[in-house]
Ligand binder design. Sequence first.
Ligand SMILES: [Zn+2]
Length: 131
Amino acid sequence: MKKCLIVLLAAVLFLPPTVAGAARNHPALRPAGQVRTMKVTAYCPCRECCGPRACGITASGRPARGKIIAAPASVPFGTWITVPGYGRAQVLDRGGAIRGNRLDVLMPTHAKALRWGVRVLKVCVESNGGT
Ligand SMILES: [Zn+2]
């Protein structure tokens, strides 16, 4: 009986990678969210990125500082999105060109925004309410 238990324990601890992978992809173990392929560009609070009236305030009223994502109006303010290479940030801004499957991530400097370029990425849009 005791030997049986040890064998079972060993089986749980040393699951083949395929089984472990399946467990990791189980919906219950993933953060609630929707993976979407989106075109991601970057911007900074400068005049070149935000126009001659740039004043460092996002469309949500928050200062354009730290990690902020601009998304189409279909994504409510406050939604968390994880962007590979950028990280997890909240949607707090909008943009004239940000429509459809587009995102704009805020960078601290114009050089960093330029370096980001245009990337097509699989982003994770978290369901609202999960902060
Ligand atoms: Zn800029």
